[in-house]
Design a protein around this ligand. Structure first.
Ligand code: AHR
Length: 499
């Protein structure tokens, strides 16, 4: 028996809705035959697939990072604007594919408006630099027209069909610059100087931007922690967020460890918060830096041959992982971790959105459907209230993990909506084998209990069976004498909404 106590007085922080962000990279079929496919039966004249747009809205995504990823570190944004027939075909060095540049800056902004999301832009600090970043910012955000407002780049945007500024607020200063695989990879000192100067220059164009500086590519990088310290010592006053990236998969068949991935993410966030606060102390600063977890997901990297294992080719399928029930439970648990850190994590992006390790899958010219991981994301985005609360758990089983030792099987968070009085508890049973009988003391009643689990934890959704894995309404969860009682099967994700 586990007891979960939650009280609207125990506040973690306000929920920043940008926690429900995602990521579109020019990689594989994320853009081409993903969000954009002229000639598809559902495509509008602009080439945007309406079937995908509908799923994106249903997913509840609030912000989308673009155009990469590793792709951005050799991307010339000028290639992707202006008349489409004049745009060049270029070799994308990140994924060794021929980029046709039929979808670029203006198309992504137009798509963002239709998808009702806030765009998050990454600039090229690999082969690019300060000038590219500042030119792109001017192209996007300066007003067009006559002097003193008009500049050539803003007027170019207007001539390309967008008279009004795109108004992009959030900018990432490069991507994974600590990674040796990154085109234009840098040492922490080299990157820190470039990020500092780029941030300075961008703020001359528009002081109020939100800037994200690159943290480590993952917590196993040899420079993890030190990279952040060096970069932040240079950029602390100039940026708003530091980025984190992490992908999870079962390693060496260790299912127990995989189900506990939320623990790994939790510790990573705590380490970066500590590092940021260390720099804050060194600087005697009053400013509190926040975090942008702008790439996270389950990714079966063991199946990916690596960039150099790819032949130069036209854009085609790449890392189209098909997600299982277990993967969905883990994605749900990672969302719980992000919510638990709502005081410091202000942006997070499920990587990626469509086809490439995406919650949405498409066939070229054909169907679009929801992968298993779509469901915990959509339900969390839909039902999470504006305030995140602490949950205090006692009792319940523990699990033994190779990486983290003995940890509680139950992993939870809760949100509160003062307006409606609704309390939403998100909880995962991370145990492979043990069910958990859960008690939650509560004043009101059960509004809904939705869950994801299956006898067959490897079940997946496919084009022919798109709803094989989907949330189920749980009967029998009720409040008796002020206690809500629920049973959580092994390896299961739950949303319990209480009045
Ligand atoms: O999302 C796939 C890739 O993973 C991104 O391009 C890169 O930033 C990360 O390593």
């Amino acid at each position: 028996m586990a007891r979960l106590v939650v009280n609207p007085g125990f506040v973690v922080g306000a929920l920043d809705r940008r926690l429900f962000g995602s990521f579109v990279e020019h990689m594989g079929r994320c853009v081409y035959t993903g969000i954009y496919e002229p000639g598809h039966p559902s495509a509008a004249p602009d080439g945007f697939r309406q079937d995908v747009l509908e799923l994106v809205r249903e997913l509840g995504v609030t912000a989308v990072r673009y155009p990469g990823g590793n792709f951005v570190s050799n991307y010339q944004w000028e290639d992707g604007v202006g008349p489409k027939e004049q745009r060049p075909r270029r070799l994308d060095l990140a994924w060794r594919a021929i980029e046709p540049n039929q979808f670029g800056t203006d198309e992504f902004v137009a798509w963002s408006r239709k998808a009702e999301i806030e765009p998050i832009w990454a600039v090229n600090l690999g082969t690019g630099g300060i000038r590219d970043a500042v030119n792109l910012l001017q192209y996007c955000n300066l007003p067009a027209g006559t002097a003193p407002a008009g500049t050539t780049l803003a007027d170019q945007r207007a001539a390309n069909g967008s008279p009004e500024p795109h108004g992009i607020r959030i900018w990432c200063l490069g991507n994974e610059m600590d990674g040796p695989w990154q085109i234009g990879h840098k040492t922490a000192e080299e990157y820190a100087r470039l990020a500092e100067e780029t941030a300075n220059a961008m703020r001359r164009v528009e002081p109020g931007l939100e800037l994200v500086v690159c943290g480590s590519s993952n917590a196993n990088m040899p420079t993890f922690g030190e990279w952040e310290r060096v970069v932040l010592e240079r950029t602390y006053d100039l940026v708003d967020h530091i980025s984190l990236h992490a992908y999870y998969e079962p390693r060496d068949g260790d299912r127990a460890g995989f189900l506990a991935a939320s623990e790994e993410m939790d510790r990573m966030i705590s380490s970066i918060v500590a590092t940021a606060d260390h720099v804050k102390a060194l600087k005697r600063s009053d400013k509190q830096l926040t975090l942008s977890f702008d790439e996270w997901n389950v990714w079966y990297q063991q199946n990916f041959p690596g960039e150099l294992g790819l032949d130069i080719r036209e854009v085609g399928p790449l890392i189209e992982d098909t997600y299982t029930v277990d993967d969905a439970v883990v994605v749900g648990s990672l969302l719980i971790t992000l919510l638990r850190h709502a005081d410091r994590v202000k942006i997070a992006c499920l990587a990626q959105l469509v086809n490439v390790i995406g919650p949405i899958r498409t066939e070229p010219g054909g169907r679009a459907w929801r992968q298993s991981i779509f469901h915990p994301f959509a339900l969390t985005a839909r039902y999470a209230g504006p305030t995140v609360l602490q949950t205090v758990v006692s009792g319940g089983p523990t699990i033994d993990t190779a990486a983290f030792g003995r940890i509680p099987a139950l992993w939870s968070t809760a949100t509160y909506d003062e307006r409606t009085g609704e309390l939403t508890v998100f909880v995962v049973n991370r145990s492979e084998n043990d069910k958990i009988d859960l008690e939650i003391p509560v004043a009101g009643d059960v509004i809904r209990h939705l869950a994801l689990y299956d006898e067959d934890s490897s079940a997946v959704n496919t084009a022919d069976d798109p709803d094989r894995v989907q949330p189920r309404a749980v009967d029998g969860t009720e409040v008796v004498d002020g206690i809500c009682r629920a049973t959580l099967p092994p390896a299961s994700w739950h949303l319990i909404q209480l009045s």
